[in-house]
Design a protein around this ligand. Structure first.
Ligand code: GLN
Length: 488
């Protein structure tokens, strides 16, 4: 019998609807595989009995003819989304063992669509990082090679989908946390327009940037699952007042006449093997009928300094709620209230959140606020306007790198600054709130996946996914998968 865990969401949907497999069988197959590949540390919390209960309910719906296309399909959730039945920790000691009294809107919506939760995936603490090595519960391994990072912060979700420990996973992206791990693990990731999926129940990092999205094997799967995830939510004050949208409608529209802006100076600065694979991907799109136009992103080059002022500023404010009083870690030995709060924070937060709280508090403090925070907001606006300018005058979509090369080793880039600098191609679209994707486009000589980034105007996810699907119909890089140690 074929290995069901290798299937895409769209294949699984057909198998379930035609009753060729039950959701219980499918869920069990993933749970077994998760157990066998524990060493990857992709998951932080797995509760087989709860997952199987959800799968049974899905099977009942299918039997009664009450199913929808996603009914019975397993999904993993990044441990940034709060869940009632699995612990919600943001990979921090601060929230170790925390059980939320409610599900995040995104989780709730996918449950209503009939999806079965497999568990919670590992990430960098409070989604701060690019390696998943900042998790308080141990790093996640990249299934392609254990000495290289899976990327971050959604490294658990990317590693799980790459290792086929889930057909699809939710993830979050504040400055690259869906796209970069998807790139490093050879899977497909989409960060939609800021404000389209609800932030309600997403453990906050930087609220003006935090965006929920999807990591899957294909653009088609991203389109199917994301369609059930977006839509206005009154519980999120920055939610866009638009109803849901079927994002699969433009999957087969092709790219004839589509003008693609090529961020040539960015692509040329990447590692030569990555550079060549991005140019090959552009050739594929050209052959399919797209027109390539060179563009020069200049304001966007200021993305990293702007992001590393705004994101820590917002983080310092958001993380203020962890005081050891209402919930979260509380120190055992303290002399008075202030001492209790100090000690709780000192013990609960790891080094990266502490670093960001310090930077954020500094840039927001009297005397520095205008010089740093206000200035960063002004440049953020210029970056957004630069993208708008290209989209209204010269191109419909932009191709750029996701990162400067393939996944790096855990022991490379050990200082925080070099990690921050590696976010240079993912933070500009985040600052502008634009939808963007990471798509596999090669394997380098070390056997590691390579990827490119596709950036679209606001609310144009359906078109973005259509272009990505056209590329994936013409190539098979997204079908490459790692050989797992447990299978050797
Ligand atoms: N690497 C970036 C950071 O550390 C992005 C993280 C994210 O998108 N959550 O802030």
């Amino acid at each position: 019998m074929t290995d069901l865990t290798k299937s895409t969401v769209s294949e699984l949907s057909r198998l379930l609807q035609q009753k060729e497999v039950s959701s219980v069988e499918l869920t069990q197959a993933y749970l077994d595989k998760i157990e066998k590949n524990k060493k990857l540390n992709a998951y932080l919390d797995v509760r087989p009995e709860v997952s199987l209960e959800e799968a049974k309910e899905a099977d009942r719906k299918i039997a009664k003819g009450e199913s929808q296309s996603l009914t019975g399909i397993p999904i993993a959730h990044k441990d940034i989304f709060v869940t009632r039945q699995w612990a919600s920790t943001a990979a921090s000691k601060m929230l170790e063992g925390y059980m939320s009294p409610f599900d995040a809107t995104v989780v709730e919506k996918l449950k209503l669509a009939g999806m079965v939760t497999l568990g919670k995936t590992n990430c960098d603490e409070f989604a701060m990082g690019s390696t998943t090595a900042n998790s308080a519960f141990g790093k996640t391994l990249n299934p392609w090679r254990e000495d290289v990072v899976p990327g971050g912060s959604s490294g658990g979700s990317a590693s799980a989908v790459a290792a086929r420990l889930a057909p699809v996973a939710t993830a979050t992206d504040t400055g690259g946390s869906i796209r970069q791990p998807a790139a490093f693990c050879g899977v497909t990731g989409i960060k939609p327009t800021y404000g389209r999926p609800s932030r309600w129940g997403m453990i906050a990092f930087a609220s003006s940037l935090d965006t929920a999205g999807i990591i899957a094997q294909t653009a088609e799967d991203c389109a199917i699952v994301l369609s059930s995830m977006i839509g206005f939510d009154k519980k999120d004050s920055t939610s866009i007042e638009l109803p849901g949208e079927d994002l699969t409608t433009e999957l087969n529209s092709g790219v004839k006449g589509l003008r693609i802006g090529v961020a040539r100076s960015w692509i040329d600065k990447t590692d030569p093997q990555l550079r060549d694979s991005i140019y090959s991907a552009l050739e594929v799109l050209k052959k399919e009928g797209a027109l390539l136009v060179d563009i020069e992103l200049s304001k966007a080059n200021l993305g990293v300094p702007v992001y590393y002022i705004i994101a820590p500023a917002e983080a310092s404010s958001n993380l203020n709620r962890y005081d050891g009083i209402r919930y979260g870690h509380r120190a055992q030995n303290y002399s008075d209230l202030i001492d209790m709060i100090k000690k709780s924070r000192d013990e609960g937060f790891g080094p990266e959140p502490k670093r960001r709280i310090l930077i954020g508090t500094y840039v927001l403090s009297h005397g520095y606020y205008d010089a740093y925070y206000i200035k960063a907001q002004q440049v953020r606006r210029l970056i957004a306007e630069e993208f708008d300018g290209f989209f209204s005058n010269s191109c419909d979509m932009i191709v750029a790198p996701v990162s400067t090369g393939a996944a790096f080793r855990f022991d490379d880039k050990s200082d925080p600054l070099s990690l921050y600098l590696s976010d240079l191609y993912t933070v500009p679209p985040s600052l502008a709130g634009l939808p963007s994707m990471s798509l596999p486009c090669g394997i380098n000589s070390e056997g590691l996946p390579l990827a490119f980034q596709l950036i679209a105007p606001k609310l144009r996810e359906a078109r973005l996914l259509g272009v990505a699907h056209t590329y994936q119909k013409a190539t098979d890089w997204h079908k490459k998968e790692p050989v797992l140690n447990s299978e050797e």
